[in-house]
Design a protein around this ligand. Structure first.
Ligand code: HEC
Ligand code: HEC
Length: 123
């Protein structure tokens, strides 16, 4: 009699445990997706652009747009800056805005006066 009761009980318990695990995985994937979306909205804002600037919207995984590749390189670069100590703990935290300031192509060359430049070296 014990085994007649115990076997279905164990099966039901196993099913419940499996179900719970599945729900948690789904939740994790969902929150991961939300996180990606969140960070994508932030980088778009920091560069003053929309999603289609980097993505072909029928497939967000595709890397056929040249600026997608530039963006991926700059994400790595930003992460290197964070990992090297620019992490906001005692000073600024590196992000796209630090260099981009709301534009996709930030000015990065120091403007030098073409005629008057007291610090000019060389010919
Ligand atoms: C500056 C370029 C850029 C902009 C703007 C941008 N993305 Fe992305 N996005 C990327 C790059 C690069 C990756 C890949 C990141 C990686 O490989 O780690 C990515 C990844 C993603 C992914 C994950 C794709 C996957 O592999 O599953 C999604 C979803 C996504 N972006 C959605 C968006 C949405 C929605 C917007 C607009 C709110 C947006 N992106 C704006 C560059 C951009
Ligand atoms: C250390 C400074 C720096 C950081 C941080 C940085 N970028 Fe850049 N990025 C630049 C500079 C400078 C340019 C312009 C290069 C040029 O004009 O040739 C640029 C250009 C780009 C371009 C090409 C734009 C175009 O229209 O050609 C993309 C896309 C881009 N960055 C994405 C990003 C994203 C996304 C982040 C944050 C994850 C980021 N960058 C962080 C300096 C930076």
């Amino acid at each position: 009699l014990l085994s007649i009761v115990a076997v279905p009980f164990i099966i039901v318990m196993l099913l419940l445990v499996a179900q719970e695990g599945h729900a948690q995985t789904a939740k994790k994937i969902k929150s991961n997706e939300d996180q990606i979306r969140e960070s994508m909205i932030v980088i778009s804002r920091q560069l003053g652009i929309t999603c289609t600037y980097c993505h072909s919207t029928e497939d967000f995984k595709k890397d056929d747009k040249p600026l997608f590749k530039v963006a991926r390189e700059h994400m790595k670069l930003t992460q290197i800056l964070i990992d090297s100590g620019m992490d906001g703990k005692s000073g600024p935290k590196a992000d796209c805005y630090m260099c981009h300031r709301g534009v996709s192509k930030p000015d990065y060359k120091e403007p030098l006066h073409p005629i008057v430049n007291p610090f000019k070296t060389g010919p």
